[in-house]
Design a protein around this ligand. Structure first.
Ligand code: CA
Length: 453
């Protein structure tokens, strides 16, 4: 089947350059997998990689297509991917995808092209490939890779302003913000895949009106809506990644919920920053939506507002023609226990966009490695909470409830400032552009269990 490119849709000045687009992006492409046609998240133009376990079986690599998952271990065993892709397919079929992430964009692009050919309408291999599909609803999703290191940034400037306003109304944004991408080293061991329960942490907390701290369940449990970044090849210790090469080290993206114990955080964070308020759990969506799948949804980074400092040279690309930002829409929904009992659908708390990030992912990578720090395949970044200017785009409850002062009302009539036990937070994301097929990320979902007594 021949599919022509959709280059005529690149007329917008900020759209992805045609060099990054190929026939796997064509809107005319359809899969022989019935549920993939018109699928809101996993049409044949997406093809995200993950690790799944079919019922009662060992974990292995897979690709989401419609409501099913293509078993890459079965594909590797069949030889259908072809001799020249045997090693790449084996790496993508492994129960941890670190080896696949290490291979970089050329290997991903070649495997993606082959998968697209095998899954498209008219593929002669259909009967064989059909036997390698598992219903996604029958499978358990795991983490896509062994995460060596996890770093959380603070690249959402409106979130920084909103939080800063609560703490320092006269001077919300600290003077370093527009010069240096702020981040901290998080904890990789407590990153969990979607669907994992999250236990309310115990910890030290002290309200401003209390004279001494106490130990007990977090009182102000929050979420943070973030984009997760899966690092590809990475760099050797001592060898920084230049800003113009940084994009080559992005294997793909996911959704990330940086669960946050605000009361613990307020007491512990000075002077060294986040610690136990953050590392009890971080939930991610299970699919690596690849840099290749996201190519049509790259856009120019918004120009810095008048008066903002220019980034230092090591954070300035010499290729401004290459779109450095992503146009991804992100939703946060909440469903309480009472809402579940009453059959009420999850309630949307906010809708944000990655266009609101002040620093690009490439800048985060260049900055992280500028001192020689080595990034490794399967490392994970959080961008920082993504918030817009309007209250319905705020990416955390601390912002929505103005520090716990203004409760919101749920469809059940319940109110919330922070999360209650039994609450479930669901994050979703999608990328759309005229002339292209919309793709999604899959859910990032977690439910709060009561604290241990
Ligand atoms: Ca965060």
């Amino acid at each position: 089947m021949s599919v022509s490119l959709v280059a005529e849709h690149s007329a917008e000045t900020d759209a992805a350059p045609a060099e990054h687009l190929d026939e796997t992006h064509a809107a005319a492409l359809v899969s022989w997998v019935p549920s993939a046609r018109g699928h809101a998240e996993f049409p044949i133009q997406n093809l995200p990689f993950g690790v799944f376990s079919p019922h009662g079986q060992a974990p292995r690599g897979g690709v989401a297509i419609g409501d099913v998952i293509l078993d890459l271990a079965a594909l590797a065993a069949s030889g259908l991917a072809g001799d020249e892709l045997a090693e790449v397919t084996a790496a993508a079929a492994a129960p941890r995808l670190n080896g696949f992430l290490a291979l970089g964009s050329d290997a991903r692009r070649r495997l993606r092209a082959r998968l697209s050919a095998l899954l498209r309408e008219g593929a002669p291999e259909r009967a064989s490939v059909e036997r390698m599909l598992h219903r996604a609803g029958d499978c358990r999703m795991g983490l896509p890779a062994q995460i060596g290191d996890y770093t959380d940034f603070y690249a959402g400037i409106q979130h920084a302003i909103n939080i800063g306003t609560l703490l320092r109304p006269d001077n919300p944004l600290l003077p370093n913000y527009k010069h240096v991408p702020i981040g901290y080293h998080g904890r990789a061991s407590s990153i969990v895949p979607t669907g994992s329960a999250v236990r309310r942490p115990n910890g030290q907390r002290k309200r401003p009106d209390e004279s001494a701290p106490s130990f007990g369940p977090c009182r102000n449990l929050d979420y943070e809506l973030e984009l997760g970044v899966w690092i590809g090849p990475g760099n050797a210790l001592g060898t920084p990644i230049g800003i113009d090469e940084a994009q080559e080290h992005v294997a793909g993206l996911c959704l990330l919920n940086d669960w946050s114990a605000r009361d613990v955080q307020a007491w512990e964070y000075q002077p060294l920053g986040p610690f136990l308020a953050k590392d009890f759990a971080t939930t991610i969506s299970p699919w690596i939506v690849t840099a290749e799948a996201l190519a049509p949804f790259r856009v120019a980074q918004a120009p810095r507002p008048e008066g903002d400092p220019a980034p230092l040279p090591y954070l300035q690309t010499s290729r401004p023609d290459r779109p450095a930002a992503y146009d991804i829409t992100l939703d946060v929904l909440l469903q309480s226990e009472a809402m579940r009992e009453q059959g009420l659908a999850p309630h949307r708390l906010s809708r944000g966009t990655t266009r609101d990030l002040y620093w690009t992912v490439a800048q985060l990578i260049a900055h992280h490695s500028c001192n020689g720090c080595n990034l490794q395949p399967g490392d994970l970044f959080g961008t920082g909470t993504i918030s817009g200017r309007a209250p319905d785009s705020f990416g955390s409850l601390m912002e929505i409830s103005r520090g716990g002062r203004e409760p919101l009302t749920l469809p059940s009539g319940e109110t919330r400032t922070y999360l209650a036990d039994g609450d479930e937070i669901i994050m979703r994301a999608s990328a759309s552009r005229e002339g292209f097929t919309t793709i999604g990320f899959g859910e990032c979902r977690g439910r709060i269990l009561p604290a241990l007594s």
